[in-house]
Design a protein around this ligand. Structure first.
Ligand code: F6R
Length: 241
């Protein structure tokens, strides 16, 4: 289901309201979270809502989609750092409530397996928030990733490294690999909200709209999800028929 609203701020207002209502209805919810530019105004709006009308958050659990391999939690471009800055610290979430893959782990296969097990032990994800890469990735499941994957390490495509260069000082600093939740874990979420804003996403949103389910366009798997909302602004919707 595609929902088009006028601006990135309208997207942030709507998505943060949906997340707020979800937490209100289920204080022990398990949230799947994304990072990236698209999420910043959403987390700011959610923090503002929770400051104006607080909800008990002690029972909330979160799992992030991904983390760069080789970046420690203290690295300013790590997703640990992003989440701490934009959501976890402002909401006062305890370290025991929040989970991200460890990009600095010694054994990535073990880390991926452990992360999958933690998601399963939490009962799976109630609500998964997703952005979309300009190449159609969700999490860091790049085009061609098999749909039957759990958390795994992946090599980032040249396109993704180019897209994310804006967050780093130079190209050599952009990590080459990441650990990402797999399509299986994302698809097992009971509710999914995919968000896209800006002209930069217009082309992939039009492709997603037109595409069948295809491993070359990872987000297209969501068409098989029973409880999906795609929430986009007018710029991201510009090339829709
Ligand atoms: C980030 C993630 C990615 C981003 C996507 C869009 O945790 O999983 O799939 O959602 O790359 O990034 P932005 O929002 O920066 O365009």
């Amino acid at each position: 289901m595609f929902l088009v609203v006028p601006t990135p701020q309208a997207v942030a207002d709507l998505v943060s309201t949906l997340v707020y209502q979800h937490i209100k209805a289920k204080p022990a919810a398990v949230l799947g979270l994304a990072t990236g530019g698209t999420m910043e105004p959403i987390y700011a709006a959610l923090v503002a809502k929770l400051q104006q009308q607080p909800l008990p958050l002690e029972k909330l659990t979160t799992f992030n989609l991904d983390e760069y391999v080789g970046l420690s939690a203290a690295h300013p471009q790590s997703y640990h750092y992003f989440m701490q800055q934009h959501l976890f610290a402002p909401l006062g979430l305890a370290p025991s409530q929040v989970h991200l893959p460890d990009g600095n782990c010694r054994n990535s296969a073990e880390e991926c397996q452990a992360y999958s097990e933690q998601i399963a032990a939490a009962g799976g994800l109630d609500l998964q928030l997703l952005g979309i890469g300009s190449n159609g990735h969700i999490g860091f499941n790049e085009p061609g990733t098999p749909f039957d994957c759990n958390t795994h390490e992946i090599e980032l495509t040249a396109q993704t490294r180019q897209d994310n260069l804006r967050f780093f000082a130079d190209a050599a600093e952009v990590p080459t690999h990441a650990i990402t939740m797999g399509i299986c874990e994302i698809m097992a979420a009971r509710e999914v909200i995919l968000v896209a804003t800006g002209q930069r996403k217009a082309d992939i949103i039009a492709q997603l709209y037109a595409s069948g389910v295809d491993e070359q366009l990872p987000a297209s798997v969501l068409k098989q999800h029973r409880n999906l909302k795609v929430i986009i602004d007018e710029d991201a919707a510009a090339l829709l028929p």
